[in-house]
Design a protein around this ligand. Structure first.
Ligand code: C2O
Ligand code: CU
Length: 428
């Protein structure tokens, strides 16, 4: 069968002439056979629920809670997730944010599958490709469903003794770490090397960091940083992005701070009262953090050179005059897709004169940052799946087109995506 993107009601209209004649859904799906190493069922519901800190929220849950359960896999594991929609009226899906899964497993309603209706289910199967910190979330009416709680963390790595997973999310104006407002607590013995996996599931960038001891930024968006040095600074974590912070737990403990000292997680030996306080004013700049290492391809020999110019123009939003976000002057779905062939080295220049920042997320691929505002990257290879592009900034990125299919490339400030800031990367 053809992939038949255009057959999915409510989805973007796709140009069939660009379809690879021999490409079928089966070619782009995860392994059909084999016993899964990780086998979980996730049930989505619309419901009232209580945050870990007690506040009542009317939103969405996964298996009764939000965030949903942590899924844990090891590299190479066959992961099988049976997704059941019990009561999410608009339908729902699961997208594996940052995991470069085969296209048919990507969970984008209207593009790689139909939204799962109430009473329906969908089975996802993929091999866990690379170690790192990721998250899953619905990709149907995402600006409502993700905000309401239809998401959870997924970590590809064996658990380590000092591991802490911290998903930051704002429910109904209440910002939380793992569904808890205020200050939380994780007991980790002094002397342990703690790895703190921070996930920003909100729509805006957030400064995070450890206080009480210097720490290292050891991974970004599920890719290791090469030669990370110890810093006392904050890390600006884009919406949708993840960062792994590592430090040896001091006798008096340390603290993960998210934004302001009002939201934090004390990490330390039982009984210790980890230090309080705000994050330092300095920020880590990945453009020059860490040390260079090979990236595995030559961005100077690009097969494709794309421009992704983000702007804004007047139009109609839900029938009311408003402002649309635009890509090269067009808004979704009138934006031409970026066409590639498998194996292409792709360079993309993303510029932004729209008046606001945009956390740009490319599905199915990781790209390396080459430069910002014409200044070349000199630190560790900086791999991203979600890149904050500030107003009046220009980034050059490069990646290898190594995962055939049709992939979203959009702003992860999810209301912006529904206001036109979204397009696709498509393999010919
Ligand atoms: Cu995290 Cu297209 O999304
Ligand atoms: Cu945006």
């Amino acid at each position: 069968a053809e992939m038949g993107y255009a057959d999915h009601g409510g989805g973007p209209s796709m140009d069939h002439e660009h379809h690879h004649p021999g490409m079928s859904v089966d070619d782009l799906a995860g392994p059909k056979t084999g016993t899964p190493n990780v086998d979980v069922t996730l049930v989505a519901r619309k419901q009232k629920f209580q945050l870990a800190s007690g506040e009542t929220i009317d939103g969405y849950t996964v298996n009764g809670t939000s965030p949903g359960p942590l899924i844990r896999a090891r590299v190479g594991d066959l992961v099988q997730v049976t997704f059941v929609n019990e009561s999410v009226k608009d339908g729902a899906t699961l997208h594996w944010h940052g995991i470069d899964v085969p296209n048919a497993e990507d969970g984008v309603a209207g593009v790689t599958q139909d939204a799962v209706p109430v009473g329906g289910k969908h089975v996802y199967r993929f091999k866990a490709p690379e170690a790192g910190t990721y998250w899953y979330h619905s990709h149907q009416v995402s600006s409502d469903e993700v905000k309401g709680g239809l998401f959870g963390p997924i970590v590809i790595a064996s658990p380590s003794p000092g591991e802490v997973v911290a998903a930051i999310h704002t429910y109904d104006g209440k910002r939380t770490i793992n569904g808890r407002t205020g200050t939380g607590r994780a007991d980790v013995p002094a002397g342990t090397t703690a790895r703190v996996r921070v996930i920003n599931t909100d729509n805006a960038i957030l400064r995070v960091g450890l206080i009480g001891t210097p720490y290292r930024v050891v991974a970004v968006d599920g890719r290791d940083v090469h030669g990370p040095t110890a810093v006392t600074a904050a890390y600006p974590l884009p919406a949708g992005g993840r960062v792994d912070l590592e430090a040896v737990v001091p006798a008096g403990g340390m603290r993960l701070v998210a934004g302001t000292s009002a939201l934090s997680l004390g990490i330390g030996p039982a009984g210790a009262e980890p230090p309080g306080g705000d994050l330092p004013g300095d920020s880590v700049d990945l453009l020059k953090y860490g040390t260079p290492a090979p990236i595995g391809f030559d961005p100077a020999k690009a097969d494709r050179n794309f421009e992704y110019r983000i702007g804004r123009r007047p139009g109609f939003l839900d029938g009311m005059p408003g402002l649309w976000w635009t890509i090269n002057g067009h808004k979704f779905p009138d934006v031409p897709m970026y066409m590639v062939a498998e194996g292409d080295v792709v360079r993309m220049k993303i510029s932004n004169t729209s008046g606001q920042a945009h956390p740009m997320h490319l599905h199915g691929h990781h790209a390396v940052v080459l430069s910002r505002n014409g200044i070349a990257a000199t630190g560790s290879p900086w791999w991203v799946d979600t890149l904050e592009v500030g107003n009046k900034e220009t980034y050059e990125i490069a990646f290898v087109a190594d995962n055939p299919g049709l992939w979203m490339d959009h702003c992860h400030n999810l209301p912006h995506a529904s206001e036109g800031l979204m397009t696709h990367l498509m393999y010919e």
